[in-house]
Design a protein around this ligand. Structure first.
Ligand code: NDP
Length: 278
């Protein structure tokens, strides 16, 4: 980590700097609502925004970024290609449309949102071509399990810089995370708070949070960053945006890390990448 702040970054395998903590905007509402939230987040110091074509709010993200007054190169914008465009072999056109909706010159990170069997290699070739085109700085994947990565890497010229996965204390996928680490693929946690369900009531996490004078959400997000995982919690409320950013002023002990590791129970809140039906 370069600094103990929201601007702290990890160096990706292509040398790009990606903030450890960003804002996810799935279910953040329409373009107008998303624009408001992203603007508030940037004012609070957030520098990384994670959107996707399927979220339907790239226009709002782009407006907030363009009007933020923060230099473009200080911001890190991620978007993703959706399954219908992957199935139809329309990755370049989907990227053009995302860039047009965002109203930006480039995106920092473009991700394959879900792997589609039979399409893994051709999709990655299209991603590599986009990278060569220069309007995307970094390419990566999301929801790629070990067999998907094996297939992709067997034909890849460029190793994905990121694998964005459902990841939280109840779903730690250690072998996959270790594999990514070994290949210098940065793991990024989606639904880090498990969508604010029962995880936030977990007794062990509550006890750790009490000891540190922090919230359970802050303990989880700190655990991500401290464990080398980029994290992108979503909140539509300024108070929680600020709360989620407050993870750089304390550290979990080795004992805390061990206790959280023991909470793993292979429980998903979202779809299983082994069985994509959309
Ligand atoms: P999160 O785990 O980030 O949880 C979001 C929920 O938690 C919202 O209901 C939010 O409510 C609530 N919340 C946020 N902060 C707090 C807090 N401090 N205390 C209590 N509740 C809180 O879930 P997401 O599914 O949104 O995941 C985060 C991001 O990951 C997405 O926005 C998206 O960018 C990405 N993602 C990627 C996927 C992929 O396939 N690649 C799939 C799913 C998500 P409120 O807004 O009311 O504060």
């Amino acid at each position: 980590m370069t600094a103990l702040s929201l601007q702290a970054t990890t160096t990706l395998n292509n040398g790009a700097q990606m903030p450890w903590l960003g804002l996810g905007v799935w279910q953040a509402g329409d373009d107008a609502a998303t624009e408001r939230i992203v603007r508030q987040a940037i004012e609070l110091g957030y520098r990384s925004i994670d959107t996707a074509r399927i979220y339907g709010n790239e226009r709002g993200v782009g407006r907030a970024i363009r009007d933020s007054g923060v230099r473009r190169e200080e911001l890190f914008v991620t978007t993703k290609v959706w399954t219908d465009d992957i199935r139809a072999g329309r990755v370049p056109a989907a990227f053009d449309r995302s860039l047009e909706l965002l109203g930006l010159e480039y995106v920092d990170l473009y991700l394959v949102h879900w792997e589609i069997p039979g399409r893994i290699t051709s999709t990655w070739r299209a991603m590599e071509a986009l990278l060569r085109g220069g309007r995307v700085k970094t390419i990566g994947v999301s929801n790629h399990l070990r067999p998907h990565l094996d297939e992709l890497l067997a034909a890849a010229h460029v190793v994905p810089a990121v694998n964005q996965l459902e990841f939280h204390p109840y779903l730690q996928s250690r072998p996959l995370v270790d594999f990514c680490r070994g290949r210098k693929i940065q793991v990024e946690a989606w639904s880090p708070l498990m969508q604010a369900g029962s995880l936030l009531q977990d007794r062990t996490l509550q006890e750790i949070a009490r000891r540190h004078g922090k919230s359970v959400a802050q303990v989880i997000l700190r655990w991500d960053v401290q464990g080398g995982v980029v994290t992108i919690p979503k909140s539509a409320h300024p108070r929680r945006l600020a709360e989620n950013a407050g993870v750089f002023d304390f550290a979990l002990t080795a004992e805390d890390m061990k206790a959280i590791a023991a909470l793993d129970r292979d429980r998903r809140s979202g779809a299983d990448p082994a069985d994509v039906r959309f």
